[in-house]
Design a protein around this ligand. Structure first.
Ligand code: NIG
Ligand code: FE
Length: 419
């Protein structure tokens, strides 16, 4: 905790008597037994100025300073957490796939539906058919639902356009969602999500098209902050993934990966080799991949909503992630097919119940480690002097209630740094 020593600070706002979870960037990210891994400060004070955290300490420490603030909020009984960071969504899409849900209840599998022309391609058709405004209208409620739960930073992927115009349309909608809601929206280009029907039987041609046409155009428009690939036997091969990442690197775009969700495709290793920010899903990831991820500092993105929704049975290797100190992020994977869940708080409960993460691991998974997965941990997902004043304020006995109790909690206030 850094306590400023300036003699007469003039702040925009100060909260007095709140409890904080500062979410320090510990070297031992997942140490379940470590002291104070949430960085709790009781009876604290937190001050903001010009959209940044200007001071943090105990109220007692504050009493020794001279300060003033335009607004003073008595916050006894409240907890301040960093604004939540949602680091993996596909929430821009048109239509719905409830028919596939119903088909799966009658016995079909996700892979069968996808091979029969449903799945991602079904959403692609609806997304292509929607105008940009219609796509925005349908997608915005999902972003607002996340925002209402205290999310202040939100990643959104493209990947339901699967041609340049429609991929750019999706990324523009993601950008507009940021402008409308005030959320920080991180945009990821996922052109290699599925093979579009016009390239049927010509997967190599599509990969060339992604590398030679789509990626350069996406880089020129600056509409994407990163590049993702669905590396899976029903999607793109390891070799194709490597090529796409190599091109992305040339264009200065960092990588993230849908890795080893339905089968072991060496995804963790591939992500590590590409210097990816995160490798997500990881249900089938091998020991060799995990070793490479830890060497390269790749964040493990855990998506319990998709595991739950597909009724998967093979859990990600959580205990090994802990032992190897691989930071674990938790996210909704909000998408129409495998996780139509626009609630990060619900995903947090699933992370605990289904993946057996501790409450502390889960809370770190939606703050500091999710920020790390987006390459933003220098000023998001943590409460420290200089970090963005993105705060979620809750009336709780303890933030572990956010993991334990479903459908109950909403922040009493959300503070977002103006853009
Ligand atoms: O993260 N795995 C690939 N993409 C999504 C599913 C998308 C869809 O079915 O529409 C996922 O699970
Ligand atoms: Fe996903």
């Amino acid at each position: 905790m850094k306590a400023s020593t300036a003699s007469a600070s003039a702040w925009d706002r100060v909260w007095l008597g709140a409890n904080l979870t500062t979410m320090p960037g510990l070297p031992a990210y997942n140490d379940r037994h470590g002291p104070n891994e949430l960085g709790e400060v009781r009876d604290a004070a937190l001050a903001i100025k010009d959209g940044r955290i200007a001071w943090i300490g105990t109220r007692q420490q504050l009493d020794t300073l001279q300060w003033s603030a335009a607004t003073v909020t008595l916050a006894e009984g409240l907890w301040i957490t960093p604004g939540l960071v949602e680091c993996h969504t596909h929430l821009v899409y048109a239509g719905d796939r409830s028919n596939e849900f119903a088909a799966r209840l009658r016995g079909a599998t996700y892979e069968e539906i996808s091979r029969a022309g449903g799945g991602i391609v079904a959403t692609m058709k609806a997304t292509r058919a929607a105008s940009e405004d219609q796509l925005l209208d349908q997608s915005l409620p999902r972003a607002l639902a996340l925002a209402a739960e205290g999310v202040t930073t939100l990643e959104i992927k493209s990947g339901y356009g699967l041609d340049l115009d429609n991929e750019l349309k999706m990324l523009r909608v993601a950008q507009r969602i940021g402008e409308i809601t005030g959320l920080t929206v991180v945009k990821t280009f996922l052109g290699a999500h599925a093979l579009p029907p016009e390239f049927a039987g010509r997967q190599e041609d599509y990969v060339r098209h992604v590398c030679d046409e789509m990626l350069p155009a996406v880089a020129t428009t600056k509409l994407a902050d990163a590049v993702d690939v669905f590396c899976e036997r029903i999607a793109f091969t390891q070799e194709q993934t490597r090529r796409i990442f190599a091109r992305a690197r040339e264009l200065g775009l960092p990588a993230r990966l849908h890795a080893d969700q339905l089968s072991d495709g060496n995804g963790g290793e591939l992500a590590a080799d590409a210097g990816a920010l995160s490798a997500d899903h990881l249900e089938h990831t091998s020991e060799q991949s995990l070793q490479r991820m830890t060497e390269r500092g790749v964040v493990a993105g855990l998506l319990p909503g998709a595991f739950y929704y597909l009724r998967e049975t093979k859990l990600p290797p959580i205990e090994r992630l802990r032992e190897l100190n691989i930071p674990m992020a938790v996210s909704t994977d909000c998408n129409p097919g495998t996780s139509p869940i626009a609630s990060l708080l619900t995903a947090m409960n699933m992370a605990c119940v289904i993946f057996r993460l501790t409450a502390a691991e889960t809370l770190r998974g939606v703050t500091i480690n999710a920020a790390k997965a987006l390459g933003l941990a220098n000023n998001r997902g943590t409460l420290e002097v200089g970090a963005r004043a993105d705060l979620a304020i809750w009336r709780l006995r303890h933030p572990e209630q956010l993991c334990a109790e479903v459908g109950v909690h909403r922040p009493v206030e959300i503070v977002r740094t103006p853009r």
